[in-house]
Design a binder for this molecule. Sequence first.
Ligand code: FAD
Length: 395
Amino acid sequence: TGAHVVVVGGGFGGATAARYLRRADPGLRITLIEPQQRFATCPFSNLYLGGLRDWDSITHGYDGLRAAGIEVIHARAEDVDAAARSVTLSDGTRLGWDRLVLSPGIDFRWGALAGYDEAAAELAPHAWKAGPQTQLLRKQLEAMEDGGSFVMVVPEGAFRCPPGPYERASMVAHYFKTHKPRSKILILDSQDKFSKQPLFQQGWQAHYGEMIEWVGQSDDGLVAEVDAGTREAVTVFGTRHKADVLNVIPPQKAGVIAERAGVADQTGWVPVVAERFESTLVPGIHVLGDATIAAPMPKSGFCANAQAKVAAAAIAADLAGREPPPASFANTCYSLIAPGWGIAVAGVYRASDGKVVEVEGAGGVSPLDAGPEFRRAEADYGAGWYASICADIWG
Ligand code: FAD
């Protein structure tokens, strides 16, 4: 059709959207805006922390997208003028668009947890965006003495990757078990239950004995304040926990460009029409992935990829004056508890009256009490999922 679609964010949602728009309509002009030359994935970054993956194996470049005929510009989108249908980049360029796709991921609510700002993150890393933060956390784990304590703070409110903190605890436990067996892990949680909890706890017991302690909100797990300098986390009841390595996952919101574009609401997240993943506030802007309000879909890379395919089909159909195909989505979140020991949760979803709804009876979690063969197969499926989704997006 010759229309121009600008995509902001070359992560799971954005890079998928660019690629699937290209497939849906070879006549489109597609521009992808992403500041990083190489993208490190959060998926499998916990395995890097555990020593099971090297850094190169979780980073991806943009040559594959360029070869597919997508123009990739390494800059930040600074502002969006929805009325003029333009976006301004950090290099000063102003690009016009017929449709805009935003998949900026998350940003942090600095200061929402007392004591935790950008400077504190250099001492007590979050490692909740993969990159230098993940490498810093790994270095701190390597530098820690045997017998030390690793303390993780799990935030209040919606956060990226519901099983992510518990997979991280598992992978750090694997590293400790093999290198620093006298060390301890403490998870201070703002929630009273968590994703795949019985499966995680059974796996922890089997592989790590008493090494991992999880403290839920009602047992004084809710952290009110952190002191990154002394590496202390203080709960709402005033209990102080001193860590040797302190990993604070801060409260989150949609990437700031969502606010600039006027698509985020008072919650800090972006409401969308589920049939097209188009903003309910600003027509013509489609928003994907972690930035959106898409519950019951979780904030996962798998979901961002599925939402991007739905949005790409809807945009291509709309620009060509056709009806979009019906929207359906799937998700599986794999977590690795130990080498060769995987678990998973799956869901299937569709759009109904603008909302995402779960298809009853279609999803589920791995069975409790399954044997080592079953867990090994799920670990293999997880590795296969990672290889295939990365090939689908950046390959
Ligand atoms: P992202 O993939 O984060 O991409 C956003 C991109 O936008 C970034 O590259 C950023 O640089 C760019 N950007 C932001 N602002 C701008 C701007 N203004 N201009 C230009 N570019 C911009 N999910 C799974 O499915 N499976 C897993 O096993 C899994 N494991 C995880 C483990 C951990 C530890 C964590 C933290 C997350 C995990 N996730 C997993 C979740 C997954 O990482 C996210 O759900 C996914 O990355 C969301 O995709 P997205 O497109 O919304 O954001």
